[in-house]
Design a protein around this ligand. Structure first.
Ligand code: FE2
Ligand code: FE2
Length: 218
């Protein structure tokens, strides 16, 4: 009989003279456990946690909303600093941090975090879909609208996603072998988001800004 770890999700279902029944749950699994008077435990039923389509949809919507709120509040905090409202900036940053915690809790409840191999493969697919499908379509529309700001923003992201996909491909190849990916230093262009391994370029190949716009990421 394997030891059963009791997680916070723990409900007492029923007690009888000789047995006690408990429902215990981990992130994705539920167990019904029978315990007799000697403490002997038996798993009666094991199953996936029940998630209705509506709750799954709600969690995805809440995850998207909280994630957006995090980035929006960080942008608002930068503006508040610029305008000399440092306490307002601090408030925006604190609430942004709280929204990140909500977003992560929603993602966990969705079982949205897999093994590192699953995660890197999912990230690789996401980045590839973006530069092969989503951004080309968005760029075409922005051109038709003659909206230069949208065009530039989509184009910069598209080109950076291409680089992200290459880096994730390299990582996935390594993780598949059970080895961490060998990487030099990583730099990100603060203007367009280009991500470079090794040393930053003299001039950003995507946005054309000088290399000083690149900052080291740890
Ligand atoms: Fe990306
Ligand atoms: Fe750049």
């Amino acid at each position: 009989m394997p030891a059963v770890e009791l997680r916070p999700l723990h409900y007492n279902l029923a007690d009888s003279m000789n047995y006690c029944y408990n429902l215990v749950g981990s992130q994705s699994t539920i167990l019904i456990i029978e315990t007799d008077r000697t403490g002997f435990q038996l798993i009666l039923k094991k199953g996936k946690k029940i998630m209705s389509d509506q709750t799954s949809k709600n969690l995805k919507e809440a995850f998207a909303g909280e994630s957006q709120a995090n980035r929006t509040y960080l942008a608002f905090a930068m503006k508040a600093e610029e305008e000399g409202f440092s306490n307002l900036a601090r408030l925006f940053r604190a609430v942004a941090e709280s929204e990140t915690i909500h977003a992560l809790n929603h993602l966990k409840a969705l079982d949205g975090i897999g093994s590192s191999l699953e995660n890197v493969e999912s990230a690789l697919k996401g980045e590839t879909d973006e530069f092969t499908g989503m951004y080309p379509m968005f760029i075409d529309q922005a051109k038709r609208d003659a909206n230069n700001d949208a065009f530039k923003s989509f184009f910069w992201a598209q080109e950076a996603e291409r680089v992200h996909a290459e880096l994730y491909q390299k990582a996935a190849d390594s993780i598949k072998q059970g080895k961490d990916v060998a990487l030099g230093e990583l730099y990100v262009c603060e203007v367009c988001g280009n991500t470079v391994e090794g040393t930053p370029p003299d001039k950003c190949p995507i946005c054309g800004e000088p290399g000083e716009k690149y900052s080291l990421r740890r």
